[in-house]
Write a protein that binds this ligand. Structure first.
Ligand code: IMP
Length: 179
């Protein structure tokens, strides 16, 4: 798998260290509160597990499934909830755990859906931010890494459902997805 990368952007160790730092911030900000982590499937599962284990506060965890994206064929923001939350979020402090924020269209849709359920607060924690691709403004309360406008895989992020289990984050060689 690693040979399909043009470049490793962040190693496993760098990722773990950074997630620990972000978890510290979250634990401090939500101290004494019960936090509901809403992880967006499937890309955020590796991020979620590392983040949740590093938190020092009580949390509940739930999952939202959405239709996936692949370069060249998806329209940004055209998403559908394929698996809804099992838990109610009304009156809860919700933190949406997202793998990557690109145009921001997916998150805008998800945040609108979740806000209608009247949580007491809602924030976003992103693993990776491609901020220079943003089409709509999305307030990110926390983010681990800002990256350039390149297609990345690993640590949960996929291309055609592959590479999620790569323990690092890297830029996928163009010839892999331009075949
Ligand atoms: P947005 O709606 O444009 O912000 O797109 C977000 C979704 O696009 C993410 O949840 C990913 O599924 C996908 N995506 C965007 N860029 C990448 C990438 O570089 N690698 C893998 N998936 C990506």
């Amino acid at each position: 798998m690693i040979e399909d990368l043009e470049k490793v952007l962040f190693t496993e160790r760098e990722i773990r260290n950074r997630i620990r730092e972000v978890a510290k911030e979250i634990s401090r900000d939500y101290r004494g509160r019960d936090l509901m982590l809403v992880a967006v499937l499937k890309g955020s599962i590796f991020f979620l597990t590392h983040l949740a284990q590093a938190l020092k506060i009580h949390t509940r965890i739930d999952f939202l499934g959405i239709e996936s994206f692949s370069p060249g064929k998806a329209l940004p923001g055209v998403v559908r909830i394929s698996k809804d939350l099992d838990l109610a979020i009304q009156g809860m402090d919700v933190l949406v755990v997202e793998d990557i924020v690109d145009t921001g269209m997916t998150l805008r849709y998800l945040l609108n859906v979740l806000r209608e359920r009247q949580p007491s607060s809602i924030g976003v924690c992103a693993f990776v931010d491609k901020s220079n691709r943003r089409l709509v403004e999305i307030p990110l309360k926390y983010r681990c890494f800002e990256i350039p406008d390149r297609f990345v895989v690993g640590f949960g992020l996929d291309y055609n459902q592959r590479y999620r289990n790569l323990p690092c984050l890297g830029i996928l060689k163009k010839e892999i997805y331009q075949k």
